[in-house]
Design a binder for this molecule. Structure first.
Ligand code: SAM
Length: 256
C-alpha cells in the first residue's frame, strides 16, 4: 500500500500561490481535497478557496497590513488544537509558505506539541509577477543576484534595511509589502547609489482578474505606488531584468 502522507492528526502548510487556482501545485490541490479543516490567510484567492470541498470547515485567520484578525500565537494554538482533535489540517498560505509567511512559528508550534507537520511549496508573488509582466527576475551579465526583501515596518518607524547592500546595480529586488514604503525605498536606494532611471514594475493583484502591471523608473516609484489601494496586494520589482514586455492580458501602465 502506498505511503499516506496525510494521516489524521497531521498538519500541512500549503502554498496557495498568488491567487489563480491554475497556479497551485497538484499536490496542494490534492491536500486541499483531503483536508478536514482549512485555515487560510486573507491573501488566499477566493477561487482557491472554492476548491475546499463542501462541508469542510474553513477558518479565516486573515492578516492584512494593519488589520490583524488573529495574532500568530492564536493561529499556532488553533492549528495544534485541530491536529490534536485528529483532523487532517491544511494551513493555506498565500504564495510560498517559506517567504514572509511566518511558517517557522507554525512549524515550531507543531513540533513542540509533537504533531507531524510538512510544507507544500507554492508560487511566490515575485515569480508570478515576473511571469505576468513577461519578464525575468535575473538577466545574464546584468542581474546576477535576486533579493527578496520585506519593506514592512512597524507604524511610524523607518525601514531598517541595508540600503548600501541593496543598491548594487547587478541585482533585482523583489520588495514584498512595499506599497506604503515606496517613497522611502526609492529615496534610500538612489541615495545609496542605485541609478534613478532603474526600471521598476509594480504588480498588483497578480494572477487575479483585476491584475495590474505598472511600469516606470525608480525615481517615480512613490508616484506609481500612490495609485494603488492599500486593500490590494502589490509587489515592487526593481532592476534592469524586469523591463519585460507589455502584454494584453491585463491592464498595463507605463510612466516615463
Ligand atoms: C505577507 S507577504 C506573503 C508573501 C507570500 N508568502 C508569497 O510567497 O508571495 C504579503 C505580500 O506578498 C505580496 N503578494 C502576495 N500575493 C500577491 C499578489 N497576488 N499580487 C501582488 N503581490 C502579492 C505583496 O507584496 C503582499 O504585501
Amino acid at each position: 500500500m502506498p505511503h499516506d502522507d496525510f494521516t489524521p492528526g497531521t498538519v500541512w502548510l500549503v502554498g496557495a500561490g498568488p491567487g489563480d487556482p491554475d497556479l497551485l501545485t497538484r499536490k496542494a490541490e490534492r491536500l486541499i481535497a483531503r483536508a478536514d479543516i482549512v485555515f487560510f490567510d486573507a491573501l488566499v484567492g477566493p477561487a482557491v478557496l472554492d476548491l475546499v470541498p463542501p462541508g469542510v470547515e474553513r477558518v479565516s485567520v486573515g492578516k492584512r497590513s494593519g488589520r490583524h484578525s488573529k495574532d500568530q500565537g492564536t493561529i499556532d494554538e488553533l492549528i495544534v488544537a485541530a491536529a490534536r482533535g485528529a483532523k487532517r489540517v491544511v494551513r493555506l498560505k498565500g504564495g510560498d509558505p517559506s517567504i514572509f509567511g511566518r511558517s517557522t512559528e507554525e512549524i515550531t508550534a507543531c513540533r513542540a506539541a509533537g504533531i507531524a507537520v510538512r510544507v507544500c511549496p507554492g508560487i511566490t508573488a515575485a515569480s508570478a509577477a515576473a511571469a505576468s509582466g513577461v519578464a525575468s527576475l535575473t538577466l545574464r551579465g546584468l542581474a546576477r543576484q535576486l533579493t527578496f526583501v520585506t519593506a514592512h515596518a512597524k507604524a511610524g518607524e523607518a525601514l531598517d534595511l541595508d540600503w548600501a547592500g541593496l543598491a548594487g546595480a547587478d541585482r533585482t529586488l523583489a520588495v514584498y509589502m512595499g506599497r506604503a514604503a515606496a517613497a522611502e525605498v526609492s529615496r534610500s536606494l538612489i541615495a545609496a547609489g542605485r541609478a534613478a532611471d532603474t526600471p521598476v514594475m509594480i504588480a498588483v493583484n497578480v494572477s487575479l482578474p483585476d491584475e495590474r502591471i505598472i511600469r516606470g523608473r525608480l525615481d517615480a516609484l512613490a508616484f506609481l505606488a500612490a495609485a494603488i489601494s492599500d486593500r490590494d496586494p502589490a509587489l515592487l520589482l526593481i532592476g534592469e531584468a524586469v523591463v519585460g514586455t507589455a502584454v494584453a492580458t491585463h491592464v498595463e501602465y507605463e510612466v516615463a
